[in-house]
Design a protein around this ligand. Structure first.
Ligand SMILES: [Zn+2]
Ligand SMILES: [Zn+2]
Length: 305
């Protein structure tokens, strides 16, 4: 379908985004302390934009390279480099994302339910609370545990690769931070505070983007039914537009990413026909999903659409 709807040359023209983000992310990390020493309020705005905007872009393009959507790119290499820049282990993400597609909207999805259904009510609420306020900072390590305790995925994990990834992440953040310290007058504690804020806010936004699509949603049905229950964000109102801008339209037609994962639709909204009766969520209704998770309302168990 994409071959017909989206020409290969059009797909290839997406490549610049990957190189742009690969260069601008470390540049942003170096520039942030300079902005902070001039004006602390401006630094907070700078963290939201372009900070979280770049972070979510990096994360989404890492995801696109997992799917190898853009031909002619060294997708495997880019996937790893972006993972290291985001401080996540590419081999864990790789395995968890297989599960997200195969087991979406079920307790088997390791990206969302690394421990399956948590039966203890208090632990379940605490788990929801931590993911709502910490986002990926909390869910990424949980996802690693989910992969490592999975009977099949754990066999595909290499501790040597994990150690190598961790070392490269340390080298990346220490070298970027050292340049930032050398060209600004801020101290190490301020630098650590800024970087924690940047990674927390970016990882939080990415996670809420995912919760909007799949949060507290369990579908008792087959692969197709579970895919089709994925929520899409209704692009109405200021909040929805700001959210979609900061997350590069990922939630706009997310159902297509599950019903047709082989086709690259995100940069081309409106080009692909959506399945019948797609599920929409308004930005104003999203807090209700979070509220249900916090007060422990049972997930919207659906029989399939
Ligand atoms: Zn995917
Ligand atoms: Zn999804």
């Amino acid at each position: 379908m994409s071959k017909v709807l989206i020409e290969e040359n059009t797909l290839r023209r997406q490549a610049w985004k990957y190189w742009f983000v690969m260069v601008t992310w470390p540049v942003f990390l170096v520039l942030l302390p300079l902005v902070y020493e001039k004006n602390q309020l401006a630094a907070m705005i700078f963290i939201v934009f372009p900070g979280t905007w770049l972070f979510t872009w990096l994360a989404l393009l890492m995801h696109e390279s997992w799917h190898k959507y853009v031909p002619g790119l060294p997708n495997r290499g880019i996937f790893h480099v972006f993972g290291w820049m985001l401080l996540i282990d590419p081999q864990i993400y790789h395995l968890a994302h297989i599960s997200h597609h195969k087991d979406v909207n079920s307790y088997r999805d390791i990206e969302f339910y690394p421990f399956g259904q948590i039966h203890n009510r208090n632990i379940r609420r605490l788990y929801h609370l931590l993911q709502i306020f910490l986002g990926g900072i909390f869910t990424q390590p949980m996802m690693s545990l989910g992969v490592l305790r999975h009977p099949q995925f754990s066999r595909e994990c290499s501790s040597l690769k994990g150690l190598a990834s961790m070392s490269i992440q340390v080298i990346f953040i220490v070298s970027t931070g050292s340049v930032a310290l050398a060209i600004s007058s801020i101290n190490l504690a301020e630098l650590v505070m800024l970087y924690v804020l940047v990674y927390w806010s970016g990882a939080l936004l990415i996670h809420h983007n995912q919760l909007m699509q799949h949060g507290n949603l369990i579908v008792k049905g087959g692969y197709e039914q579970r895919n089709r229950a994925t929520r899409n964000l209704n692009p109405n109102g200021l909040m929805a537009h700001i959210f979609l801008f900061l997350t590069h339209n990922d939630a706009l037609e997310h159902v297509l990413h599950h019903t047709s994962p082989g086709f690259y639709n995100r940069p081309f909204p409106g080009k692909f026909p959506l399945p019948d009766e797609p599920v929409y969520i308004n930005a104003a209704d999203y807090p209700r999903v979070l509220y249900q998770m916090l007060v422990d309302v049972e997930p919207e168990v659906q029989a399939g659409v």
